[in-house]
Design a protein around this ligand. Structure first.
Ligand code: COS
Length: 384
C-alpha cells in the first residue's frame, strides 16, 4: 500500500540520488577499507533511513511494506553493505519491539532507533543453533526483579556498532523447544556483554558481524518484550517473516544493478569484430536474467501488498526470499560470465557483487529453511 504517491516519489528521488552520488562512488573505498565512512552514515540519518519502518509517532517515516520494498529496490542499486548499516535497525533489530513490545518499551526505544542514535541488532543465532533456532541455549534466569543472561550469540550483524540487542534467550530451561524462549531488549552497555572481533567474511565488506558473549548479564525484568515469558520464538518468527520480504526486495535491486553492469559491458565489449551483446548465447543469458528479475520483482511487490492488506504472508514471504535470493545468485553468475576474464578481476567490480550476494541465500533463513516453511504450510493447509 502506498499512502501518498508524491511523498514516496520524493523519498525515492532522494534515495536514488544518494545511491548515485554518494554510495556508488564509495563502493571500492568501502570494499578496501572494510569501513563505511561516517559522512555516509550521517547522510543516512538525515534521509531518515534509520526510521524508515518505524511509525511517525516515534519519529520514523512509517513506511508500509510496499514502500519499504520500493526503498530496498533503490538501495539494491549499490553494494549491499550500505543497506546493512541501517538494515538491522529498521528491520529485525527493531520490529520485535514494534510488533510485540509494550507501549513503554516502544516509547522508550523507538524514537532513539528512528533517529539513528541507537543501532539495533537481532541476536538469535548461536554456535549450535542456526536453522534450528528453537534449540537455542542462551539462558535468561529470573532472579528477583532481573533476568541473568548467559550464553553466546553468533554472526550478529552490526554487533560492533550496536546500542541495543533484541535477544532471544531461554527463560524456561525445562522447555527445550520454542515455548521456552523469550525475547529481551538488552542495552549493549549492560555489564557482562562482550563483543568479539569482527568476523572475516567472504564479502559485504563494510558490514560487520561478530560473536556476542553474555556472562551473568543482569537485565531488568521489564526488558522482556511484551512483558510475557515464552513468546520470544514467535516474536522472532514474525520479525523474520517481514525481514524475508525486505531481503527479497534487496536481492531484486542488486540483481538489477548486476544486470545493468553486464548489459553495459556487453554493448561495449567487442569480439569477433562485433559487440558481444549481439551474440545470441550472450543474449540468452541477459534474457534469462531479465525474466527472472521481473518475476522476483512482481513477487515481492505482491507479497508486500498482501501484508499491508493484513493477509497472512508466511508462505509468500518465504517464496519471495527463496526465489529472489536464488535468482540473484544466478544473475551474479551470468554477469560474471558476460564479463569473461574481466569478471574475475577486482577492478571491474562484478566479482565483488558475486561474493556479496552469496549471503542472501544464507541469512534470515537459508533457501532450505524457506523450502521447509513453504512445504509445511502447504501440507498444513491441505490437511486442516
Ligand atoms: N509467525 C508467527 N508465529 C510463528 C511463525 C510466524 N511466521 N512461524 C512459526 N510460528 C510459531 C508456530 O505457530 C509455533 O507456535 P505454536 O507452538 O503455538 O503452534 C511456534 O512458532 C514454533 O514454530 P515451529 O513449530 O514451526 O518451530 P520449529 O522449531 O519446528 O521450526 C523453523 C521453525 C525451522 C521454520 C524456524 O526455526 C526457522 O525459521 N529457522 C530459521 C531461522 C533463521 O531464519 N535464522 C536466521 C537468523 S537471523 S539472520
Amino acid at each position: 500500500m502506498i499512502r501518498d504517491a508524491s511523498t514516496l516519489e520524493a523519498l525515492l528521488d532522494a534515495v536514488n540520488r544518494f545511491v548515485r552520488e554518494e554510495l556508488v562512488p564509495a563502493e571500492a573505498e568501502v570494499a578496501d577499507s572494510d569501513e563505511i565512512p561516517e559522512r555516509i552514515v550521517r547522510s543516512m540519518k538525515a534521509l531518515g533511513l534509520f526510521g524508515l519502518t518505524l511509525p511517525e509517532a516515534y519519529g520514523g517515516l512509517g513506511a508500509t511494506m510496499e514502500e519499504e520494498v520500493m526503498v530496498m529496490l533503490a538501495m539494491g542499486q549499490t553494494s549491499p553493505a550500505f543497506r546493512s548499516v541501517f538494515g538491522s535497525t529498521v528491520g529485525i533489530g527493531s520490529q520485535g519491539i514494534l510488533l510485540d513490545g509494550t507501549d513503554e518499551q516502544k516509547t522508550h526505544y523507538l524514537p532513539r532507533l528512528a533517529s539513528g542514535e541507537l543501532i539495533a541488532t537481532f541476536a538469535l543465532t548461536e554456535p549450535d543453533a542456526g536453522s534450528d533456532a528453537a534449540s537455542l541455549r542462551t539462558t535468561a534466569i529470573r532472579d528477583g526483579e532481573h533476568y541473568v543472561i548467559n550464553g553466546t550469540k553468533r554472526y550478529i550483524t552490526n554487533a560492533p556498532q550496536a546500542g541495543l540487542f533484541t535477544l532471544m534467550a531461554r527463560t524456561n530451561p525445562a522447555d527445550k523447544g520454542a515455548g521456552g524462549v523469550s525475547a529481551f531488549i538488552v542495552e549493549a552497555a549492560t555489564p557482562g556483554i562482550t563483543v568479539g572481533p569482527k568476523d572475516r567474511k567472504m564479502g559485504q565488506r563494510g558490514a560487520h558481524t561478530a560473536d556476542v558473549h553474555f556472562d551473568d548479564c543482569r537485565v531488568p525484568a521489564a526488558q522482556i518484550i511484551g512483558g510475557r515469558e515464552g513468546q520470544g520464538f514467535k516474536t522472532a518468527m514474525k520479525v523474520l517473516e517481514k525481514g524475508r520480504i525486505h531481503i527479497a526486495a534487496l536481492c531484486v535491486g542488486v540483481a538489477e544493478r548486476m544486470q545493468r553492469d553486464a548489459l553495459n559491458y556487453a554493448v561495449q565489449r567487442k569480439q569477433f569484430g562485433q559487440r558481444i551483446a549481439d551474440f545470441q548465447l550472450v543474449q540468452a543469458m541477459l534474457a534469462d536474467s531479465q525474466a527472472e528479475i521481473y518475476a522476483a520483482r512482481c513477487m515481492v511487490i505482491d507479497a508486500a501488498r498482501r501484508r499491508d492488506d493484513g493477509k497472512p504472508v508466511a508462505t509468500e514471504a518465504s517464496c519471495c526470499k527463496l526465489y529472489a535470493s536464488e535468482m540473484c545468485g544466478r544473475v551474479a553468475d551470468r554477469a560474471v560470465q558476460i564479463f569473461g576474464g574481466a569478471g574475475y578481476i577486482a577492478d571491474y567490480g562484478i566479482e565483488r557483487f558475486y561474493r556479496d550476494v552469496r549471503l542472501f541465500r544464507l541469512y534470515e533463513g537459508t533457501s532450505q529453511i524457506q523450502q521447509l516453511v513453504i512445504a509445511r504450510n502447504l501440507v498444513r493447509e491441505a490437511t486442516r
